[in-house]
Design a protein around this ligand. Structure first.
Ligand code: G6P
Length: 611
Protein backbone atom coordinates (compact mmCIF):
# COMPACT_ATOMS: atom_id res chain seq x y z
CA UNK A 1 0.00 0.00 0.00
CA UNK A 2 0.99 3.67 -0.06
CA UNK A 3 4.56 4.61 0.81
CA UNK A 4 5.31 7.82 2.71
CA UNK A 5 8.54 9.75 3.14
CA UNK A 6 9.17 13.12 4.76
CA UNK A 7 12.54 14.85 5.21
CA UNK A 8 13.84 17.85 7.10
CA UNK A 9 17.59 18.45 7.48
CA UNK A 10 20.56 20.13 5.93
CA UNK A 11 20.89 18.16 2.68
CA UNK A 12 18.99 18.62 -0.60
CA UNK A 13 15.69 16.84 -0.01
CA UNK A 14 14.77 15.79 -3.56
CA UNK A 15 17.29 12.92 -4.03
CA UNK A 16 16.46 11.64 -0.54
CA UNK A 17 12.73 11.60 -1.31
CA UNK A 18 13.26 9.90 -4.67
CA UNK A 19 15.49 7.15 -3.26
CA UNK A 20 13.11 6.51 -0.41
CA UNK A 21 10.16 6.19 -2.77
CA UNK A 22 12.13 3.80 -4.97
CA UNK A 23 12.97 1.67 -1.95
CA UNK A 24 9.27 1.41 -1.11
CA UNK A 25 8.18 0.39 -4.62
CA UNK A 26 7.77 -3.19 -3.39
CA UNK A 27 4.72 -2.03 -1.38
CA UNK A 28 2.79 -1.57 -4.64
CA UNK A 29 1.51 1.74 -6.05
CA UNK A 30 -0.02 3.27 -9.11
CA UNK A 31 1.00 6.95 -8.94
CA UNK A 32 3.60 9.02 -7.12
CA UNK A 33 4.37 12.57 -6.12
CA UNK A 34 6.56 14.95 -4.10
CA UNK A 35 6.19 18.42 -2.59
CA UNK A 36 9.11 20.54 -1.41
CA UNK A 37 9.41 23.99 0.12
CA UNK A 38 11.64 26.08 -2.12
CA UNK A 39 12.19 29.70 -1.13
CA UNK A 40 8.83 29.93 0.58
CA UNK A 41 7.05 28.35 -2.36
CA UNK A 42 5.72 24.86 -2.80
CA UNK A 43 7.12 22.79 -5.62
CA UNK A 44 4.62 20.04 -6.40
CA UNK A 45 5.33 17.26 -8.90
CA UNK A 46 2.98 14.31 -9.39
CA UNK A 47 2.56 11.61 -12.03
CA UNK A 48 0.33 8.60 -12.66
CA UNK A 49 1.94 5.20 -13.08
CA UNK A 50 5.41 4.15 -12.06
CA UNK A 51 8.26 6.17 -10.54
CA UNK A 52 9.88 6.54 -13.97
CA UNK A 53 7.04 8.90 -14.94
CA UNK A 54 7.60 11.03 -11.87
CA UNK A 55 11.36 11.11 -12.43
CA UNK A 56 10.81 12.27 -15.99
CA UNK A 57 8.64 15.14 -14.77
CA UNK A 58 11.14 16.13 -12.09
CA UNK A 59 13.97 16.12 -14.62
CA UNK A 60 17.48 17.13 -13.64
CA UNK A 61 16.45 20.12 -11.58
CA UNK A 62 16.47 18.73 -8.08
CA UNK A 63 16.67 22.20 -6.50
CA UNK A 64 18.15 22.96 -3.11
CA UNK A 65 15.09 22.53 -0.88
CA UNK A 66 15.95 20.78 2.38
CA UNK A 67 12.35 20.03 3.41
CA UNK A 68 9.95 17.86 1.51
CA UNK A 69 7.46 15.00 1.43
CA UNK A 70 6.92 12.17 -1.06
CA UNK A 71 4.33 9.49 -1.66
CA UNK A 72 3.61 6.39 -3.70
CA UNK A 73 -0.15 5.94 -3.90
CA UNK A 74 -2.03 2.66 -4.04
CA UNK A 75 -5.43 3.85 -5.20
CA UNK A 76 -8.44 3.40 -2.94
CA UNK A 77 -10.76 6.39 -3.50
CA UNK A 78 -10.44 7.68 -7.06
CA UNK A 79 -8.54 6.38 -10.09
CA UNK A 80 -4.72 6.54 -10.19
CA UNK A 81 -4.55 9.86 -12.09
CA UNK A 82 -2.25 12.84 -11.59
CA UNK A 83 -5.03 14.86 -9.94
CA UNK A 84 -5.67 12.08 -7.41
CA UNK A 85 -1.96 11.50 -6.71
CA UNK A 86 -0.58 12.83 -3.42
CA UNK A 87 0.51 15.33 -2.09
CA UNK A 88 -2.75 17.30 -2.02
CA UNK A 89 -2.96 21.03 -1.36
CA UNK A 90 -5.25 23.41 0.50
CA UNK A 91 -7.10 26.16 -1.39
CA UNK A 92 -4.23 28.63 -1.24
CA UNK A 93 -1.51 26.15 -2.18
CA UNK A 94 0.37 26.75 1.06
CA UNK A 95 -0.15 23.41 2.76
CA UNK A 96 0.84 20.10 1.12
CA UNK A 97 -0.21 16.80 2.65
CA UNK A 98 -0.03 13.09 1.97
CA UNK A 99 -1.82 10.17 3.54
CA UNK A 100 -1.87 6.39 3.77
CA UNK A 101 -5.16 4.82 4.88
CA UNK A 102 -8.82 5.64 4.49
CA UNK A 103 -10.72 8.57 6.04
CA UNK A 104 -14.12 6.99 6.57
CA UNK A 105 -16.05 10.16 7.31
CA UNK A 106 -14.52 12.14 4.46
CA UNK A 107 -17.84 12.83 2.73
CA UNK A 108 -19.28 14.42 5.83
CA UNK A 109 -16.15 16.60 6.26
CA UNK A 110 -16.02 17.45 2.56
CA UNK A 111 -19.64 18.64 2.52
CA UNK A 112 -18.98 20.87 5.54
CA UNK A 113 -15.81 22.34 4.02
CA UNK A 114 -17.42 22.87 0.63
CA UNK A 115 -20.23 24.80 2.32
CA UNK A 116 -17.53 27.04 3.80
CA UNK A 117 -16.17 27.69 0.31
CA UNK A 118 -13.26 25.22 0.08
CA UNK A 119 -12.57 24.10 -3.47
CA UNK A 120 -11.81 20.41 -4.05
CA UNK A 121 -9.92 19.17 -7.08
CA UNK A 122 -9.62 15.39 -6.65
CA UNK A 123 -11.85 12.35 -6.02
CA UNK A 124 -9.83 11.28 -3.00
CA UNK A 125 -10.82 11.01 0.64
CA UNK A 126 -7.38 12.49 1.45
CA UNK A 127 -8.07 15.92 0.06
CA UNK A 128 -10.29 16.82 3.02
CA UNK A 129 -7.15 16.82 5.18
CA UNK A 130 -5.21 19.82 3.75
CA UNK A 131 -8.47 21.79 3.67
CA UNK A 132 -9.23 20.90 7.27
CA UNK A 133 -5.69 21.92 8.23
CA UNK A 134 -6.21 25.21 6.40
CA UNK A 135 -9.45 25.68 8.33
CA UNK A 136 -7.70 25.30 11.69
CA UNK A 137 -4.37 26.91 10.79
CA UNK A 138 -3.39 29.93 12.88
CA UNK A 139 0.36 29.99 12.44
CA UNK A 140 1.11 26.62 14.09
CA UNK A 141 0.80 23.56 11.82
CA UNK A 142 1.24 21.13 14.74
CA UNK A 143 -1.58 22.72 16.72
CA UNK A 144 -3.81 22.63 13.63
CA UNK A 145 -3.04 18.93 13.09
CA UNK A 146 -3.93 18.14 16.70
CA UNK A 147 -7.35 19.69 16.03
CA UNK A 148 -7.77 17.95 12.67
CA UNK A 149 -7.31 14.45 14.09
CA UNK A 150 -10.17 14.92 16.55
CA UNK A 151 -12.52 15.07 13.55
CA UNK A 152 -11.27 11.97 11.75
CA UNK A 153 -12.61 8.42 11.64
CA UNK A 154 -10.64 5.70 9.90
CA UNK A 155 -7.02 4.79 9.40
CA UNK A 156 -4.29 7.24 8.61
CA UNK A 157 -0.64 8.07 8.52
CA UNK A 158 -0.51 11.73 7.49
CA UNK A 159 2.45 14.02 6.84
CA UNK A 160 2.08 17.73 6.06
CA UNK A 161 4.24 20.79 5.34
CA UNK A 162 3.34 24.46 5.17
CA UNK A 163 5.23 27.27 3.42
CA UNK A 164 4.59 29.59 6.37
CA UNK A 165 6.68 27.28 8.60
CA UNK A 166 9.30 26.12 6.13
CA UNK A 167 11.51 24.09 8.47
CA UNK A 168 8.81 21.83 9.85
CA UNK A 169 7.03 18.54 9.10
CA UNK A 170 3.92 17.51 11.01
CA UNK A 171 2.46 14.01 11.10
CA UNK A 172 -0.33 11.99 12.68
CA UNK A 173 -0.91 8.29 12.95
CA UNK A 174 -3.88 6.00 13.55
CA UNK A 175 -3.82 2.34 12.46
CA UNK A 176 -1.42 2.94 9.54
CA UNK A 177 2.30 2.59 10.16
CA UNK A 178 4.50 5.66 10.55
CA UNK A 179 8.10 5.71 11.67
CA UNK A 180 10.38 8.56 12.67
CA UNK A 181 14.03 8.29 11.61
CA UNK A 182 16.52 10.22 13.73
CA UNK A 183 19.74 11.18 11.97
CA UNK A 184 22.45 13.75 12.60
CA UNK A 185 20.65 17.09 12.26
CA UNK A 186 18.21 15.44 9.85
CA UNK A 187 14.92 13.75 10.56
CA UNK A 188 12.52 11.63 8.59
CA UNK A 189 8.99 10.28 8.56
CA UNK A 190 8.43 7.05 6.63
CA UNK A 191 5.84 4.34 6.38
CA UNK A 192 8.48 1.68 6.70
CA UNK A 193 12.01 1.20 7.86
CA UNK A 194 13.18 0.13 4.40
CA UNK A 195 13.08 3.77 3.31
CA UNK A 196 15.29 4.89 6.16
CA UNK A 197 18.00 2.29 6.79
CA UNK A 198 20.44 3.91 4.40
CA UNK A 199 20.24 7.17 6.38
CA UNK A 200 19.88 6.12 9.99
CA UNK A 201 19.47 3.09 12.23
CA UNK A 202 17.80 5.07 15.02
CA UNK A 203 14.03 4.83 14.67
CA UNK A 204 10.94 5.64 16.66
CA UNK A 205 7.62 3.92 15.98
CA UNK A 206 4.69 6.31 16.43
CA UNK A 207 1.68 4.96 18.31
CA UNK A 208 -2.00 5.27 17.44
CA UNK A 209 -3.21 8.76 18.35
CA UNK A 210 0.25 10.37 18.15
CA UNK A 211 0.83 13.72 16.45
CA UNK A 212 4.51 14.42 15.82
CA UNK A 213 6.47 17.47 14.71
CA UNK A 214 9.91 17.35 13.11
CA UNK A 215 12.31 20.21 12.57
CA UNK A 216 16.09 20.41 12.22
CA UNK A 217 16.41 20.35 16.01
CA UNK A 218 14.53 17.11 16.55
CA UNK A 219 11.18 15.45 17.12
CA UNK A 220 8.31 16.29 19.46
CA UNK A 221 5.47 13.81 19.96
CA UNK A 222 2.04 14.69 21.35
CA UNK A 223 -0.61 12.29 22.55
CA UNK A 224 -3.98 13.70 23.65
CA UNK A 225 -2.40 17.15 23.39
CA UNK A 226 0.33 16.26 25.93
CA UNK A 227 4.01 15.94 25.03
CA UNK A 228 5.14 12.31 25.37
CA UNK A 229 8.38 10.39 24.90
CA UNK A 230 8.61 7.36 22.61
CA UNK A 231 11.29 4.68 22.77
CA UNK A 232 14.14 4.90 20.24
CA UNK A 233 15.01 1.59 18.58
CA UNK A 234 18.33 0.72 17.06
CA UNK A 235 17.70 -1.28 13.90
CA UNK A 236 20.29 -3.68 12.52
CA UNK A 237 18.40 -4.77 9.41
CA UNK A 238 19.68 -4.23 5.93
CA UNK A 239 17.41 -2.77 3.28
CA UNK A 240 15.99 -6.05 2.03
CA UNK A 241 15.25 -7.31 5.53
CA UNK A 242 13.60 -3.99 6.31
CA UNK A 243 11.28 -4.36 3.30
CA UNK A 244 10.20 -7.65 4.76
CA UNK A 245 9.57 -5.95 8.08
CA UNK A 246 12.33 -8.04 9.63
CA UNK A 247 10.72 -11.34 8.55
CA UNK A 248 12.85 -13.69 6.44
CA UNK A 249 10.20 -13.92 3.68
CA UNK A 250 7.25 -11.93 2.38
CA UNK A 251 5.01 -14.94 2.82
CA UNK A 252 5.47 -15.17 6.58
CA UNK A 253 5.20 -11.37 6.85
CA UNK A 254 1.91 -11.52 4.97
CA UNK A 255 0.66 -14.40 7.12
CA UNK A 256 1.35 -12.21 10.13
CA UNK A 257 -0.37 -9.22 8.54
CA UNK A 258 -3.70 -11.02 8.41
CA UNK A 259 -5.10 -9.54 11.63
CA UNK A 260 -4.45 -6.02 10.37
CA UNK A 261 -5.63 -6.85 6.84
CA UNK A 262 -8.92 -8.26 8.13
CA UNK A 263 -9.45 -5.11 10.17
CA UNK A 264 -8.92 -3.07 7.01
CA UNK A 265 -11.49 -5.19 5.18
CA UNK A 266 -14.04 -4.54 7.91
CA UNK A 267 -13.25 -0.85 8.29
CA UNK A 268 -16.07 1.44 7.28
CA UNK A 269 -18.31 -1.53 6.53
CA UNK A 270 -18.76 -3.12 9.91
CA UNK A 271 -17.81 -1.57 13.21
CA UNK A 272 -18.16 -3.16 16.63
CA UNK A 273 -21.73 -2.69 17.96
CA UNK A 274 -22.98 -1.58 14.54
CA UNK A 275 -26.55 -2.63 13.86
CA UNK A 276 -25.87 -3.61 10.25
CA UNK A 277 -23.21 -4.12 7.60
CA UNK A 278 -22.77 -1.09 5.36
CA UNK A 279 -21.84 -2.01 1.81
CA UNK A 280 -22.73 1.38 0.44
CA UNK A 281 -20.39 0.80 -2.49
CA UNK A 282 -22.96 -1.65 -3.93
CA UNK A 283 -25.81 0.35 -5.33
CA UNK A 284 -28.00 -2.72 -5.91
CA UNK A 285 -31.58 -1.69 -6.51
CA UNK A 286 -34.27 -3.56 -4.60
CA UNK A 287 -35.76 -4.69 -7.91
CA UNK A 288 -32.43 -6.09 -9.09
CA UNK A 289 -31.58 -8.13 -6.02
CA UNK A 290 -35.08 -9.53 -5.74
CA UNK A 291 -34.82 -10.64 -9.37
CA UNK A 292 -31.58 -12.61 -8.92
CA UNK A 293 -32.33 -16.33 -8.97
CA UNK A 294 -28.80 -17.74 -9.04
CA UNK A 295 -25.27 -16.73 -8.11
CA UNK A 296 -22.24 -17.95 -10.07
CA UNK A 297 -18.79 -17.55 -8.53
CA UNK A 298 -15.77 -17.70 -10.84
CA UNK A 299 -12.08 -17.54 -9.93
CA UNK A 300 -8.68 -19.27 -10.09
CA UNK A 301 -6.31 -20.81 -7.56
CA UNK A 302 -6.65 -19.57 -4.02
CA UNK A 303 -9.41 -17.17 -5.02
CA UNK A 304 -11.39 -20.20 -6.29
CA UNK A 305 -11.03 -21.79 -2.86
CA UNK A 306 -12.33 -18.60 -1.27
CA UNK A 307 -15.27 -18.85 -3.70
CA UNK A 308 -16.13 -22.34 -2.39
CA UNK A 309 -16.43 -20.99 1.14
CA UNK A 310 -18.41 -18.09 -0.31
CA UNK A 311 -20.85 -20.52 -1.92
CA UNK A 312 -21.41 -22.27 1.37
CA UNK A 313 -22.09 -19.01 3.24
CA UNK A 314 -24.31 -17.55 0.52
CA UNK A 315 -26.41 -20.68 0.10
CA UNK A 316 -26.82 -21.07 3.81
CA UNK A 317 -28.00 -17.51 4.30
CA UNK A 318 -29.83 -16.74 1.07
CA UNK A 319 -31.22 -20.18 0.23
CA UNK A 320 -30.37 -19.44 -3.42
CA UNK A 321 -28.44 -21.83 -5.67
CA UNK A 322 -24.76 -20.86 -5.95
CA UNK A 323 -22.36 -22.43 -8.47
CA UNK A 324 -18.57 -22.13 -8.27
CA UNK A 325 -16.40 -22.51 -11.35
CA UNK A 326 -12.72 -22.49 -12.11
CA UNK A 327 -12.43 -19.55 -14.50
CA UNK A 328 -10.60 -21.48 -17.23
CA UNK A 329 -13.48 -23.97 -17.36
CA UNK A 330 -16.38 -21.58 -17.02
CA UNK A 331 -16.55 -19.93 -20.42
CA UNK A 332 -16.08 -23.13 -22.38
CA UNK A 333 -18.96 -24.99 -20.78
CA UNK A 334 -21.66 -22.71 -22.17
CA UNK A 335 -22.66 -21.64 -18.66
CA UNK A 336 -26.28 -21.05 -17.71
CA UNK A 337 -25.87 -17.37 -17.02
CA UNK A 338 -28.39 -14.64 -17.83
CA UNK A 339 -29.67 -11.33 -16.52
CA UNK A 340 -31.06 -13.04 -13.44
CA UNK A 341 -27.65 -14.43 -12.50
CA UNK A 342 -25.33 -12.44 -10.29
CA UNK A 343 -21.78 -13.42 -11.26
CA UNK A 344 -19.10 -12.91 -8.61
CA UNK A 345 -15.51 -12.95 -9.84
CA UNK A 346 -12.80 -13.20 -7.20
CA UNK A 347 -9.24 -12.08 -7.88
CA UNK A 348 -6.47 -10.71 -5.71
CA UNK A 349 -4.60 -9.09 -8.60
CA UNK A 350 -7.61 -8.21 -10.72
CA UNK A 351 -5.55 -9.17 -13.78
CA UNK A 352 -5.90 -12.96 -14.07
CA UNK A 353 -6.66 -13.58 -17.73
CA UNK A 354 -9.08 -16.49 -17.23
CA UNK A 355 -11.08 -14.60 -14.60
CA UNK A 356 -11.21 -11.50 -16.77
CA UNK A 357 -12.42 -13.59 -19.71
CA UNK A 358 -15.14 -15.11 -17.49
CA UNK A 359 -16.21 -11.61 -16.45
CA UNK A 360 -16.53 -10.52 -20.08
CA UNK A 361 -18.39 -13.71 -21.03
CA UNK A 362 -20.85 -13.16 -18.18
CA UNK A 363 -21.52 -9.59 -19.20
CA UNK A 364 -22.06 -10.72 -22.78
CA UNK A 365 -24.74 -13.08 -21.49
CA UNK A 366 -26.53 -10.23 -19.74
CA UNK A 367 -25.41 -10.87 -16.15
CA UNK A 368 -24.22 -8.19 -13.76
CA UNK A 369 -20.75 -8.88 -12.36
CA UNK A 370 -19.55 -8.18 -8.84
CA UNK A 371 -15.76 -8.33 -8.37
CA UNK A 372 -14.06 -9.16 -5.09
CA UNK A 373 -10.65 -7.73 -5.71
CA UNK A 374 -7.57 -6.36 -3.94
CA UNK A 375 -6.08 -4.06 -6.57
CA UNK A 376 -8.13 -0.96 -7.14
CA UNK A 377 -7.05 0.10 -10.59
CA UNK A 378 -6.97 -3.43 -12.01
CA UNK A 379 -8.76 -4.52 -15.18
CA UNK A 380 -11.26 -6.68 -13.30
CA UNK A 381 -12.10 -3.86 -10.87
CA UNK A 382 -12.58 -1.45 -13.75
CA UNK A 383 -14.72 -3.74 -15.91
CA UNK A 384 -17.02 -5.16 -13.22
CA UNK A 385 -20.42 -3.60 -12.54
CA UNK A 386 -19.81 -3.63 -8.80
CA UNK A 387 -16.64 -4.05 -6.74
CA UNK A 388 -15.93 -4.98 -3.14
CA UNK A 389 -12.29 -4.29 -2.42
CA UNK A 390 -10.54 -6.47 0.13
CA UNK A 391 -8.04 -3.75 1.18
CA UNK A 392 -5.55 -6.45 2.21
CA UNK A 393 -2.59 -4.29 1.18
CA UNK A 394 -0.03 -5.39 -1.37
CA UNK A 395 0.58 -9.14 -1.47
CA UNK A 396 4.08 -9.89 -2.73
CA UNK A 397 4.65 -13.60 -2.05
CA UNK A 398 3.38 -15.79 -4.88
CA UNK A 399 1.49 -18.00 -2.43
CA UNK A 400 -1.60 -16.06 -1.49
CA UNK A 401 -2.43 -15.77 2.22
CA UNK A 402 -3.89 -12.49 3.42
CA UNK A 403 -5.75 -12.10 0.12
CA UNK A 404 -7.60 -15.38 0.86
CA UNK A 405 -8.64 -14.53 4.41
CA UNK A 406 -9.85 -11.07 3.38
CA UNK A 407 -11.77 -12.55 0.44
CA UNK A 408 -13.53 -14.81 2.94
CA UNK A 409 -14.32 -11.78 5.11
CA UNK A 410 -15.92 -10.06 2.12
CA UNK A 411 -18.00 -13.15 1.30
CA UNK A 412 -19.30 -13.33 4.87
CA UNK A 413 -20.14 -9.64 4.96
CA UNK A 414 -21.80 -9.82 1.56
CA UNK A 415 -23.88 -12.88 2.50
CA UNK A 416 -25.05 -11.28 5.74
CA UNK A 417 -25.73 -7.96 4.04
CA UNK A 418 -27.79 -9.54 1.25
CA UNK A 419 -29.66 -11.91 3.57
CA UNK A 420 -30.58 -8.96 5.80
CA UNK A 421 -31.78 -6.91 2.81
CA UNK A 422 -33.85 -9.81 1.55
CA UNK A 423 -35.35 -10.37 4.99
CA UNK A 424 -33.77 -13.83 5.30
CA UNK A 425 -31.83 -13.15 8.49
CA UNK A 426 -33.36 -11.90 11.69
CA UNK A 427 -31.75 -9.17 13.78
CA UNK A 428 -30.42 -11.44 16.51
CA UNK A 429 -28.84 -13.93 14.06
CA UNK A 430 -27.30 -11.01 12.25
CA UNK A 431 -25.93 -9.53 15.46
CA UNK A 432 -24.39 -12.83 16.52
CA UNK A 433 -22.59 -13.14 13.20
CA UNK A 434 -21.43 -9.54 12.93
CA UNK A 435 -20.11 -9.51 16.51
CA UNK A 436 -18.09 -12.59 15.75
CA UNK A 437 -16.81 -11.16 12.45
CA UNK A 438 -15.52 -8.14 14.39
CA UNK A 439 -13.76 -10.46 16.86
CA UNK A 440 -11.94 -12.44 14.15
CA UNK A 441 -8.99 -10.10 13.49
CA UNK A 442 -8.00 -10.32 17.13
CA UNK A 443 -8.45 -14.09 17.19
CA UNK A 444 -6.21 -14.40 14.12
CA UNK A 445 -3.57 -12.35 15.88
CA UNK A 446 -3.84 -14.45 19.03
CA UNK A 447 -3.62 -17.62 16.96
CA UNK A 448 -0.50 -16.38 15.21
CA UNK A 449 1.31 -15.64 18.43
CA UNK A 450 0.16 -18.84 20.16
CA UNK A 451 0.88 -21.49 17.59
CA UNK A 452 3.85 -20.66 15.40
CA UNK A 453 6.44 -22.62 17.39
CA UNK A 454 4.13 -25.59 17.69
CA UNK A 455 3.47 -25.66 13.95
CA UNK A 456 7.16 -25.43 13.17
CA UNK A 457 7.86 -28.45 15.35
CA UNK A 458 4.96 -30.41 13.90
CA UNK A 459 6.05 -29.65 10.35
CA UNK A 460 9.49 -30.99 11.03
CA UNK A 461 7.96 -34.16 12.42
CA UNK A 462 5.57 -34.63 9.50
CA UNK A 463 7.80 -33.92 6.55
CA UNK A 464 11.45 -34.13 7.37
CA UNK A 465 11.86 -37.82 6.91
CA UNK A 466 11.64 -37.35 3.18
CA UNK A 467 7.89 -37.77 2.99
CA UNK A 468 6.65 -36.87 -0.45
CA UNK A 469 2.93 -36.72 0.12
CA UNK A 470 0.29 -35.55 2.51
CA UNK A 471 -3.51 -35.61 2.74
CA UNK A 472 -5.82 -32.86 3.95
CA UNK A 473 -9.31 -34.03 4.82
CA UNK A 474 -12.49 -32.43 6.08
CA UNK A 475 -16.24 -32.30 5.72
CA UNK A 476 -18.41 -29.35 4.74
CA UNK A 477 -16.53 -26.07 5.03
CA UNK A 478 -13.48 -27.92 6.35
CA UNK A 479 -13.22 -29.70 3.03
CA UNK A 480 -12.87 -26.36 1.22
CA UNK A 481 -10.20 -25.13 3.63
CA UNK A 482 -8.42 -28.47 3.22
CA UNK A 483 -8.18 -27.68 -0.51
CA UNK A 484 -6.47 -24.38 0.25
CA UNK A 485 -4.14 -26.07 2.76
CA UNK A 486 -3.12 -28.68 0.18
CA UNK A 487 -2.56 -26.04 -2.50
CA UNK A 488 -0.32 -24.01 -0.16
CA UNK A 489 1.79 -27.06 0.67
CA UNK A 490 2.14 -28.11 -2.97
CA UNK A 491 3.00 -24.73 -4.37
CA UNK A 492 5.77 -23.76 -2.00
CA UNK A 493 7.19 -27.00 -0.57
CA UNK A 494 6.66 -29.22 -3.65
CA UNK A 495 5.30 -31.98 -1.42
CA UNK A 496 2.47 -33.72 -3.20
CA UNK A 497 -0.68 -32.94 -1.26
CA UNK A 498 -4.25 -33.97 -1.84
CA UNK A 499 -7.38 -32.55 -0.29
CA UNK A 500 -10.26 -34.95 0.05
CA UNK A 501 -13.79 -34.84 1.36
CA UNK A 502 -13.28 -37.09 4.38
CA UNK A 503 -16.25 -39.32 3.58
CA UNK A 504 -15.09 -39.91 0.00
CA UNK A 505 -11.64 -41.36 0.73
CA UNK A 506 -12.95 -44.86 1.14
CA UNK A 507 -14.15 -44.85 -2.46
CA UNK A 508 -10.66 -45.19 -3.83
CA UNK A 509 -8.04 -42.83 -2.49
CA UNK A 510 -7.66 -44.61 0.83
CA UNK A 511 -5.59 -47.13 -1.17
CA UNK A 512 -2.74 -44.59 -0.99
CA UNK A 513 -2.58 -44.57 2.81
CA UNK A 514 0.49 -46.35 4.17
CA UNK A 515 2.05 -46.54 7.61
CA UNK A 516 3.21 -43.00 8.48
CA UNK A 517 1.30 -41.15 5.74
CA UNK A 518 0.66 -37.66 7.16
CA UNK A 519 -2.97 -36.59 7.25
CA UNK A 520 -4.22 -33.20 8.38
CA UNK A 521 -7.81 -33.68 9.52
CA UNK A 522 -9.84 -30.49 9.80
CA UNK A 523 -12.47 -30.85 12.51
CA UNK A 524 -14.00 -27.43 13.12
CA UNK A 525 -17.54 -28.29 12.06
CA UNK A 526 -19.16 -29.51 15.23
CA UNK A 527 -22.21 -31.12 13.63
CA UNK A 528 -19.87 -33.27 11.52
CA UNK A 529 -17.40 -34.17 14.25
CA UNK A 530 -18.58 -37.73 14.87
CA UNK A 531 -18.43 -38.56 11.18
CA UNK A 532 -14.94 -37.03 11.03
CA UNK A 533 -13.80 -39.18 13.93
CA UNK A 534 -14.96 -42.31 12.09
CA UNK A 535 -13.00 -41.23 8.99
CA UNK A 536 -9.90 -40.53 11.09
CA UNK A 537 -10.18 -43.99 12.63
CA UNK A 538 -10.42 -45.59 9.18
CA UNK A 539 -7.18 -43.88 8.20
CA UNK A 540 -5.39 -44.69 11.43
CA UNK A 541 -6.35 -48.34 10.98
CA UNK A 542 -4.21 -48.22 7.81
CA UNK A 543 -1.28 -46.54 9.55
CA UNK A 544 -1.92 -42.85 8.86
CA UNK A 545 -0.33 -40.31 11.20
CA UNK A 546 -3.14 -37.84 11.85
CA UNK A 547 -2.86 -34.24 12.98
CA UNK A 548 -6.31 -32.90 13.88
CA UNK A 549 -7.17 -29.23 13.47
CA UNK A 550 -9.92 -28.16 15.85
CA UNK A 551 -11.14 -25.43 18.20
CA UNK A 552 -9.23 -24.91 21.46
CA UNK A 553 -10.25 -27.34 24.16
CA UNK A 554 -11.75 -29.98 21.85
CA UNK A 555 -10.72 -32.97 23.96
CA UNK A 556 -12.35 -35.58 21.75
CA UNK A 557 -10.19 -34.65 18.77
CA UNK A 558 -7.15 -34.38 21.03
CA UNK A 559 -7.74 -37.93 22.23
CA UNK A 560 -8.32 -39.41 18.79
CA UNK A 561 -5.45 -37.78 16.86
CA UNK A 562 -1.69 -38.26 17.13
CA UNK A 563 -1.25 -34.48 17.14
CA UNK A 564 -3.57 -31.52 17.31
CA UNK A 565 -3.46 -27.95 16.08
CA UNK A 566 -5.93 -25.70 17.80
CA UNK A 567 -7.52 -22.43 16.80
CA UNK A 568 -9.65 -20.08 18.93
CA UNK A 569 -13.32 -21.02 18.98
CA UNK A 570 -15.75 -19.26 16.67
CA UNK A 571 -19.08 -19.88 14.94
CA UNK A 572 -18.61 -22.95 12.71
CA UNK A 573 -19.58 -21.00 9.61
CA UNK A 574 -16.73 -18.54 10.17
CA UNK A 575 -14.08 -21.13 11.08
CA UNK A 576 -12.22 -21.00 7.70
CA UNK A 577 -10.75 -17.56 8.51
CA UNK A 578 -9.03 -19.14 11.51
CA UNK A 579 -8.39 -22.70 10.37
CA UNK A 580 -6.51 -21.65 7.24
CA UNK A 581 -3.83 -19.84 9.27
CA UNK A 582 -2.06 -22.94 10.72
CA UNK A 583 -2.20 -24.53 7.26
CA UNK A 584 -0.46 -21.54 5.70
CA UNK A 585 2.22 -21.77 8.36
CA UNK A 586 2.54 -25.50 7.94
CA UNK A 587 3.28 -25.00 4.25
CA UNK A 588 5.70 -22.19 5.03
CA UNK A 589 7.74 -24.20 7.52
CA UNK A 590 7.70 -27.28 5.29
CA UNK A 591 9.10 -25.20 2.44
CA UNK A 592 11.68 -23.68 4.73
CA UNK A 593 12.81 -27.07 6.02
CA UNK A 594 13.19 -28.27 2.44
CA UNK A 595 15.11 -25.11 1.51
CA UNK A 596 12.62 -24.11 -1.18
CA UNK A 597 12.30 -20.59 -2.57
CA UNK A 598 9.30 -19.63 -0.45
CA UNK A 599 8.38 -16.32 -2.06
CA UNK A 600 8.99 -17.31 -5.67
CA UNK A 601 8.26 -21.01 -6.04
CA UNK A 602 9.34 -22.75 -9.22
CA UNK A 603 7.06 -22.54 -12.27
CA UNK A 604 4.63 -20.12 -10.65
CA UNK A 605 3.73 -16.47 -11.14
CA UNK A 606 1.93 -14.08 -8.86
CA UNK A 607 -0.35 -12.81 -11.55
CA UNK A 608 -1.21 -15.06 -14.49
CA UNK A 609 -2.16 -12.87 -17.40
CA UNK A 610 -2.24 -15.58 -20.06
CA UNK A 611 -5.02 -18.12 -20.59
C1 G6P B 1 -1.81 -17.42 -9.53
C2 G6P B 1 -1.24 -17.26 -8.13
C3 G6P B 1 -2.24 -17.76 -7.08
C4 G6P B 1 -3.57 -17.06 -7.26
C5 G6P B 1 -4.11 -17.21 -8.67
C6 G6P B 1 -5.30 -16.31 -8.91
O1 G6P B 1 -1.87 -18.75 -9.87
O2 G6P B 1 -0.03 -17.96 -8.02
O3 G6P B 1 -1.74 -17.52 -5.78
O4 G6P B 1 -4.49 -17.58 -6.34
O5 G6P B 1 -3.11 -16.83 -9.62
O6 G6P B 1 -4.87 -14.99 -8.84
P1 G6P B 1 -5.81 -13.77 -8.59
O7 G6P B 1 -4.90 -12.58 -8.63
O8 G6P B 1 -6.82 -13.75 -9.68
O9 G6P B 1 -6.45 -13.95 -7.25
Amino acid sequence: MCGIIGYVGNKPAMPILINALLSMEYRGYDSAGVALIEQENLRLVRAPGKMANLLKKIGDDHGLATVGIGHTRWATHGAPTEINAHPHLDCQGKIALLHNGIIENYLEIKTKLQAQGHIFRSDTDTEVLPHLLEHYYQGDLGAAMRKVVTELRGAYAIVAICVQEPGKLVAARQDSPLIVGLGDKEFFFASDMAALVEHTREMMVLQNGDVAELCEEGVTVYHNNQKVGRRILHVEWDKEAAQKGGYPHYMIKEIHEQGVALRQTLRGRLERNAAAIDLGELDFSEEYIRGVNKIAIVACGTAYHAGLVGKYALEKMLRLPVEVDIASEFRYRDPLVNSQTLVIVVSQSGETADTLAALRESKKRGAKVLAICNVVASSIALEADYVLFTYAGKETAVASTKAYSTQLMIFYMFAIYLAARLGKLNASEQQKLTEELCALPEKVQQLLSDTEKRIKALTEKLFLEGRQDCFFIGRGLDNYVAMEGALKLKEISYIHAEAYAAGELKHGTIALIEPGTPVIALCTQQSLQEKMISNIKELQARGAYVAGLCFLGNEQIEQVCEETLQVPETIDLLAPILSVVPLQMLAYYAALARECDVDQPRNLAKSVTVE
